[in-house]
Design a binder for this molecule. Structure first.
Ligand code: AP5
Length: 222
């Protein structure tokens, strides 16, 4: 019998470092990264029906309607690579209804990670964030400046990363996040995200290692 691949949910306020940590997790564990923010931004930039529906909500820092996001996630989760490599859900579920949608089709993670970062730091991280459209790499003008002029010249700022919009995204997060926690209270791991990227990753890495070790120990015991 094949070992079941890892299933991970990562949550946290805007700019708590989800995307940054996900890149490191994927590099080490090979999980399929499913970021609803990335999926929605790509629908918006391709001008699809979903993108047209989502744009206004995103621009206002509000949640896109549950059904739109849930359909997107469930369809991605049903692809064969997910079954083979496992999954890393980033920014979903973000409401009680979204969590219940996954419960109703028996999709549960091995672990639910929440990155905790103080508000004033979140705002600074968002406003300074830059993205490389070619590599997908996430930069920050002060914390993680680009390596050279060539990268620097192509960096983009997300349209929802202005001071005002970040405040409204943060408000939305606070209104919804508590409703998601009870579904995963037995799998909950809150991590201090206000430390160096590598330090945060080491903590996540040990949690994931432990899950893998427990799984193989269980298998041996059978
Ligand atoms: P989404 O794209 O998910 O945005 P978000 O939750 O606001 O999170 P971010 O992508 O802003 O931040 P992050 O935590 O990934 O941080 P990052 O690693 O980039 O969602 C966007 C919108 O889509 C939502 O507002 C909503 O409208 C819609 N949406 C998405 N999912 C939805 C859902 N499920 N339901 C309904 N609507 C949905 O880091 C941020 C910055 O900090 C970077 O510059 C980085 O370099 C820096 N940084 C990272 N870690 C550190 C560190 N340890 N120390 C110092 N700097 C750091």
């Amino acid at each position: 019998e094949e070992e079941a691949p890892l299933k991970v949910m990562i949550s946290g306020a805007p700019a708590s470092g989800k995307g940054t940590q996900c890149r490191m997790i994927v590099e080490k564990y090979g999980l399929v990264h499913i970021s609803t923010g990335d999926l929605l931004r790509s629908e918006v930039s391709s001008g699809t029906e979903i993108g047209k529906k989502a744009k206004e909500y995103m621009d206002n820092g509000m949640l896109v309607p549950d059904q739109v996001v849930t359909d997107m996630v469930v369809s991605r989760l049903s692809q064969p690579d997910v079954r083979e490599r496992g999954w890393l859900l980033d920014g979903y579920p973000r409401s009680y209804a979204q969590a219940q949608s996954l419960e109703s089709i028996n999709i549960r993670p091995d672990i639910f990670i929440v990155l905790e970062v103080p508000d004033d730091i979140l705002i600074d991280r968002c406003v300074g964030r830059r993205l490389d459209p070619e590599t997908g790499k996430i930069y920050h003008i002060k914390n993680f400046p680009p390596e050279n002029d060539e990268v620097s010249a192509r960096l983009l700022t997300r349209s929802d990363d202005t001071f005002e919009k970040v405040k409204s995204r943060l408000e939305t997060y606070k209104q919804n996040s508590e409703a998601v926690i009870p579904t995963y209270s037995d799998l909950l791991n809150q991590i201090d995200g206000n430390r160096q990227v590598e330090v945060v990753f080491n903590e996540i890495d040990s949690l994931l290692q432990k899950i893998c070790e427990d799984a193989s120990a269980n298998k041996l015991a059978k």
